[in-house]
Design a protein around this ligand. Structure first.
Ligand code: NAD
Length: 481
């Protein structure tokens, strides 16, 4: 355990925790404990908010800097994260089971590109605009930073989802208290080291790993001006209720159960759509909010689609997350594995047919592994098709015509992502536009930093990424003159 692993990064320095409580993440591939780190309690969250408040309120401080000057800090932060790429990827994979090859793409590289995107946006955005007044004189409309941001993230993409919040916050002049999830904390220490090395001014970014109580304390803290949350729909609802009472702005990125609509002209060959289809349905062992886990297939080609998806699922190498060849690693915790196994049992009980998987992979006796699993003959109103499983489990459902496919896609409490698979991208886009979700892809799916990402219905409120995502960290002030 290093000196840093015994402290919290608060106010630009390493601060002793207020209790001796520890978090010990477990490697889900081996079930071995990893390094222990302190667990933040209310007093630690208070100290972090005080530091963020002081940095935000300081006359002539961060919030008042020229955007270009802040952008330079954000870019240095991106460079310091890149310099620690391997340490971050290894920390993430050994905590949450993300295959290392995936972590190298989505947990390093991608987050720094988001930081650089917001640095550019800070330089090019006109934060103040003057309009001629209708009543004489003029009005200056200033977009000012909202203040201290309480950012709460889950374990599945700890770096990317933190940066989705930190990047627009820093670009606009906000300060941040980040609370990582207890299952994935070690990479947050590397992030803190990167911030320190980049010369991020004291108090602009503060990191307090802790559990639900620390998160709840942060959400309702009187020193916090805005909450940015990614996590489950039940936790999002609880947080929204508190923010509603406090009239505190909140962004919520929650769960999903997205549809992948296969049109009747799709080329159903692994060499043609296999890689993109696997990425859109199984990334990070199914522990990704936007995956198209409900595959809708035309009745005329239903058997072909079931066979293709089954073949793809069977072909995925399952193994230790740190093995370069692994494409499906373990689930994050024993509890998560049990939950996924419970859904598979429910699916069987509801009469759905398992075409592949459904149990522990052969030869992987230790670790929280689950075989990539495909269900056919699934009813769209069943638990299997309606609830977020958050594991490598897909269901394939038949539809009659495109109208039927669209109405099945929309028949969900969620509305986060989705995909359409077709040989005719224009036809695919026309179908995609009819699906009620915050995002959707044609023949591929990956949240691009330039575009707003988020959901409708039980998938959340507000958007991250893109210029729209930056707006959530700003509020207008009109100055009549
Ligand atoms: P979770 O909701 O249990 O926890 C997420 C984070 O919130 C953790 O840091 C946790 O400590 C904290 N937390 C929990 N309850 C809280 C409360 N009442 N007040 C304050 N903080 C609280 O979710 P999880 O199991 O860690 O993550 C999986 C979920 O996240 C899935 O439902 C998934 O779909 C969702 N997710 C959504 C997106 C998205 O962008 N829409 C992205 C990734 C994950």
């Amino acid at each position: 355990m290093s000196y840093r692993h015994e402290h919290f990064y608060i106010g630009g320095t390493w601060v002793r925790p207020s209790t001796e409580r520890l978090i010990t993440p477990i490697n889900p591939s081996t079930e071995e404990p990893l390094v222990s780190v302190p667990e933040a309690v209310e007093e630690d969250v208070d100290a972090a908010v005080r530091a963020a408040r002081a940095a935000f309120d300081a006359p002539g401080g961060w919030a008042t800097w020229e955007p270009g000057r802040r952008a330079e800090v954000v870019e240095r932060f991106a460079a310091e994260l890149d310099a620690r790429a391997e340490a971050i990827a290894t920390a993430v994979s050994s905590q949450n089971g993300m295959p290392i090859a995936v972590a190298r793409q989505l947990e390093v590289g991608y987050p720094s590109s988001v930081l650089r995107y917001y640095a550019d946006l800070a330089r090019t955005t006109e934060f103040t605009k003057t309009r001629a007044g209708l009543l004489g004189g003029s009005v200056e409309v200033r977009n000012v930073p909202v203040g201290v941001v309480g950012a709460i993230v889950p374990w599945n993409y700890p770096q990317a989802l933190s940066v989705f919040k930190i990047a627009p916050a820093m670009a606009t002049g906000c300060t941040v208290v980040l609370k990582p999830s207890p299952e994935a904390v070690l990479d947050s220490f590397v992030m803190a080291e990167a911030a320190e090395a980049a010369g991020v001014p004291a108090g602009v970014l503060n990191i307090v790993p802790g559990g639900r109580d620390a998160g709840a304390h942060l959400v309702s803290h009187p020193g916090v001006d805005k909450v940015a949350f990614t996590g489950s729909t039940p936790a999002g609802r609880a947080i929204a209720e508190v923010c509603g009472r406090l009239l505190r702005p909140v962004t919520l990125e929650l769960g999903g159960k997205s549809a992948g609509i296969v049109l009747d002209d799709a080329v159903l060959e692994p060499a043609v759509i296999g890689e993109d289809l696997v990425r859109a349905t199984f990334t990070n062992n199914g522990q990704t909010c936007f995956l198209s886990t409900r595959i809708l297939a035309p009745r005329s080609r239903y058997t072909e689609v079931v066979d293709l998806v089954t073949e793809l699922a069977r072909s995925l190498p399952v193994g230790d997350a740190l093995d370069e060849r692994t494409l499906v690693g373990p689930l994050v915790t024993a509890q998560q594995r049990e939950r996924v196994a419970g859904y598979i049992a429910k699916g069987r009980a509801e009469g759905a047919r398992v075409t592949t998987g459904g149990g522990r992979p052969v030869g992987l006796e230790r670790g929280w592994f689950m075989e990539p699993t495909v269900f056919a003959d699934v009813d769209n109103r069943s638990v299997l098709a309606q609830e977020e499983i958050f594991g490598p489990v897909l269901c394939v459902l038949p539809y009659n015509d495109v109208d039927d496919a669209v109405s099945m896609a929309n028949d969900s409490d969620f509305g986060l992502g989705g995909t359409v698979w077709t040989a005719d991208p224009e036809r695919g886009a026309a179908v995609a536009r009819r699906v009620r979700t915050g995002t959707i892809g044609v023949n591929r799916y990956l949240p691009d930093p330039v575009a707003p990402f988020g959901g409708v219905k039980a998938s959340g409120l507000g958007r991250e990424l893109g210029p729209e995502g930056m707006q959530a960290y700003l509020q207008p002030q009109s100055l009549y003159r």
